[in-house]
Design a protein around this ligand. Structure first.
Ligand SMILES: CNc1ncnc2c1ncn2[C@@H]1O[C@H](COP(=O)(O)O)[C@@H](O)[C@H]1O
Ligand SMILES: [Zn+2]
Length: 370
């Protein structure tokens, strides 16, 4: 028993030490519980909400898909003012960097909120301010050809000096949005491409909205050459899954509820998949960890990367997702390392950054796998 525990501890520590690439993390889903509770307390004291009710909701463990979207409503009440957006961005980046995520794509939905004097643009400025106020780790937000990036890669993921993390932003289109609002988000992404914004995501409650509503915005993004990732098949919406596969974005999130024909098509298209184990099991997209479609895609050598989705909401971390793959599917350290390394090929950032990340993995590989 003791030996088992020791083994688990050692493996968990190894998964933390492993340099990791996170490609699917929603900003508001990644906020620490302690911060949410603090924000709820403040609003409770002001009489805007009833703290005790909110506290129970935040700390509750069950997270069905409809519950998730009710929770996001609450999170947005707690977090949507400029200073709080700045604060949560800073904390989320620090949390990922602390567990040796070396490259992070954070996605977030730019929000208009008249009561708070917030526009999509000012929301994003608050996010970028958050990235710039991180002190605990060094955040690299620009490519070296657009801004100076002289820090040697040897500091990435290292333990002795200040950790360094590359961060890029994806702008999410919420499925509740109109075509015009979705187009605004794509245009904003284009305007902010020199400020770390490198892609577009389609997300939101999968039982809400119509594919035809977002399609013009997604096509616009495609025309502008902006990489796109789409939440696909969280529920069994056959028409939409077919349309998404036909659209052929650069990456897909989840892909839970595909039928045989759709699996075949996905595999033939070789679209990289952002795998979110804990999220899928909690929301019912996968029946269990053991029966998660990770195994089938992994065995088929389909391009994959492990991701958290909403580390705060689902009480997980990227290191934990790697640990779950090891403990559930029996992957060795060398195989886990390869999985982490392969994710470099699916980042939306440019070739120069990819080369740096490849070098980093090459360098630490021997040490971690022998
Ligand atoms: C659980 N699976 C999921 N499926 C679909 N969309 C999700 C999601 N998890 C998060 N989001 C999307 O991300 C938003 C929160 O972060 P931001 O406010 O953008 O930072 C949610 O409102 C939802 O639109
Ligand atoms: Zn997601």
């Amino acid at each position: 028993m003791e030996a088992e525990k020791e083994k688990e501890k050692e493996m968990r520590e190894w998964c933390v030490a492993l340099p990791k690439v996170e490609l699917h993390a929603h900003l508001n889903g990644s906020v620490r519980d302690s911060t949410l509770l603090e924000l709820a307390k403040q609003l409770g004291d002001k009489g805007d909400i009833v703290f005790e009710d909110v506290k129970d909701v935040i700390m509750k463990n069950g997270r069905s898909l409809p519950e998730c979207f009710r929770l996001f409503e609450l999170y947005h009440i707690l977090t949507t003012d400029h200073d709080t957006v700045t604060r949560i961005t800073k904390e989320v980046v620090e949390d990922f960097a602390m567990e040796n995520v070396v490259y992070l794509e954070i996605r977030t939905t730019p929000k208009n909120n008249e009561a708070k004097g917030m526009t999509k643009r000012s929301y994003m400025n608050a996010v970028i301010k958050g990235l710039k106020t991180v002190e605990a780790v060094e955040v690299v937000l620009f490519d070296s050809n657009s801004r100076a990036d002289k820090t040697p890669m040897s500091e990435l993921g290292g333990d002795t000096r200040k950790k360094k993390i590359y961060v890029r932003l994806l702008l999410s289109i919420d499925r509740r949005e109109t075509t015009l609002a979705a187009l605004d988000t794509v245009n904003l992404a284009m305007e902010m491409k020199d400020q770390g914004v490198i892609g577009i995501d389609l997300s939101g409650n999968p039982v809400v909205g119509e594919w035809e509503t977002y399609l013009p915005a997604l096509e616009h993004a495609k025309e502008l050459g902006i990489p796109i990732t789409i939440h696909c098949g969280e529920v069994a919406n056959r028409n939409e899954i077919r349309a998404v596969l036909d659209f052929c974005p650069q990456r897909l999130g989840h892909v839970c509820c595909l039928n045989d024909e759709e699996w075949k098509k996905l595999k033939s298209l070789m679209i990289p998949v952002e795998i979110c184990l804990t999220s899928n099991v909690m929301t019912g997209g996968a029946p269990s960890l053991e029966l998660h479609h990770f195994a089938d895609l992994y065995n088929a050598k389909h391009p994959l990367s492990l991701c958290t989705d909403d580390s705060g909401l689902f009480s997980t971390s990227l290191s934990n997702e790697y640990y779950l793959v090891a403990s559930t599917f029996g992957l060795s350290k060398a195989e886990l390392f390869q999985l982490a390394q392969d994710a470099v090929e699916f980042v939306f950032a440019g070739d120069e950054l990819k080369r740096s990340l490849r070098e980093l993995f090459e360098r630490v590989g021997k040490e971690l796998t022998t």
